[in-house]
Unconditional design. Structure first.
Length: 413
């Protein structure tokens, strides 16, 4: 069967959009009419494999542009539901069809139906996932492949669901914690700019009409206000151009590698970067090793999800050293970018033959340290923003009040 993206209206004229699976376009229109929907547009979201023109439900070569990624939340939900269904002895293709029904309006639906079509065409689950690398990370695909080979796919998916849900929850926690300071800084900054542009000029006119001698602080405020009035738009354009230029510069691989290396080795960023990347690396490696993935392949998969590209390159070098026969803890110590605690735990796990358990414990400890470090950082950001905004407001108030005090003094003489 093939997947078709449709737009339709019901009897009341309400629009409906989604994805439907059918053997042909005619069958898809019939299924829509069975739902009491009038098709407005219908197009296939999958293209046949080369050499297999009769199999219409192969890789989704013409998926909508926004369907390239699932997002961590959708990936966690999909993984958990697939784990539950497959653990209940539901066939993988049927499980994919059932889960895809819940994502008809989102990007996950077409991707899951394309994966299901590839499986119906005789490909393995891991091979079908490989057609969508932006949606399913490398460590995810490697774990699924190991689960298929070992016959423990439901257990592997359960491990993956736990890992993806934990990662999404941690990222969401940091984002929510930083939301209030960001809103506070944005609103306060906008108010200060509005005062400099609209309020200060009116006050300046009063001072100029009285011929008062203005203090240095007031003259600086007036100069800043005049600059924003005269060149504010140019400054905004220049800031946007600088931002876009920095993004373009970072998109080049050598530049991004150099920036990531600077970020990972320069205080005060190095500690936070090392902890975050080590936690991600250890958690992914633990999940892959628990899924019976060979250690060298597991190291490659764990390196692929490490955010910092310089640390990722060091992790790939660790995989190469392990392939040559070096112990894992020795290769990690040589890399010099992993916390000593993680290296020590890996050495203990290798000597005891319980590497996966040691990695899982290390990942849990690192996650707790990252949470504590993030909580401390966020706890410092909020008062720092308040102090900075309060200091700016105080300077502006002083710059306005000092001339008024001087005028009052002159009037009493």
């Amino acid at each position: 069967m093939a997947a078709y993206a449709f737009r339709a209206v019901d009897a009341a004229g309400k629009p409906h959009r989604g994805v439907i699976e059918a053997a042909s376009e005619v069958a898809a229109r019939g299924l829509l009419r069975d739902r009491r929907l009038l098709p407005v547009s219908l197009r296939a979201t999958a293209a046949p494999y080369p050499g297999s023109p009769s199999l219409a439900s192969a890789v989704a070569a013409r998926l909508p542009s926004r369907a390239g990624k699932l997002g961590s939340r959708n990936l966690a939900v999909v993984t958990r539901q697939l784990s539950t269904l497959i653990g209940s002895d539901v066939r993988i293709e049927e499980a994919l069809r059932l889960v895809s029904r819940q994502f008809e309006r989102g990007p996950a639906g077409p991707i899951l139906l394309a994966v299901r079509g590839a499986i119906l065409d005789g490909r393995s689950f891991a091979a079908a996932l490989a057609d969508h690398p932006a949606a399913f990370p490398e460590f995810f695909r490697a774990s699924v492949a190991a689960g298929e080979q070992s016959g423990r796919l439901s257990q592997v998916l359960e491990h993956l669901a736990d890992f993806v849900e934990t990662r999404h929850r941690n990222a969401q926690k940091v984002q929510l914690a930083l939301l209030y300071p960001a809103l506070l800084a944005g609103v306060a900054g906008a108010m200060l700019v509005a005062m400099l542009i609209y309020v200060v000029p009116n006050i300046v006119k009063v001072f100029e009409s009285r011929g008062a001698e203005l203090p240095l602080l007031t003259r600086g405020l007036i100069a800043l206000s005049s600059g924003l009035q005269g060149a504010g738009l140019l400054l905004l354009i220049a800031g946007g151009a600088l931002f876009l230029g920095a993004r373009a510069w970072l998109r080049r691989a050598p530049n991004r590698l150099a920036f990531d290396r600077w970020f990972a080795t320069t205080r005060p960023f190095s500690r936070f970067s090392t902890q975050v990347n080590a936690a991600r690396f250890a958690g992914s490696l633990a999940t892959l090793v628990q899924s019976d993935v060979p250690l060298v392949d597991a190291l490659g998969g764990a390196a692929a999800v490490t955010p910092n590209r310089w640390i990722r390159a060091q992790a790939l070098a660790v995989a190469a050293r392990v392939r040559e026969g070096t112990s894992l803890n020795g290769a990690m110590a040589e890399a010099g970018c992993f916390p000593p605690m993680l290296v020590a735990v890996v050495a203990s796990g290798e000597s005891s033959g319980r590497l996966s358990r040691a990695l899982g414990r290390a990942a849990h400890d690192l996650d707790r340290e990252v949470d504590a470090l993030a909580a401390t950082t966020v706890g410092l950001v909020e008062p720092a923003v308040l102090l900075a905004m309060g200091g700016l407001v105080l300077l502006m108030v002083l710059a306005i009040l000092l001339p008024i005090i001087n005028l009052s003094s002159l009037a009493t003489i």
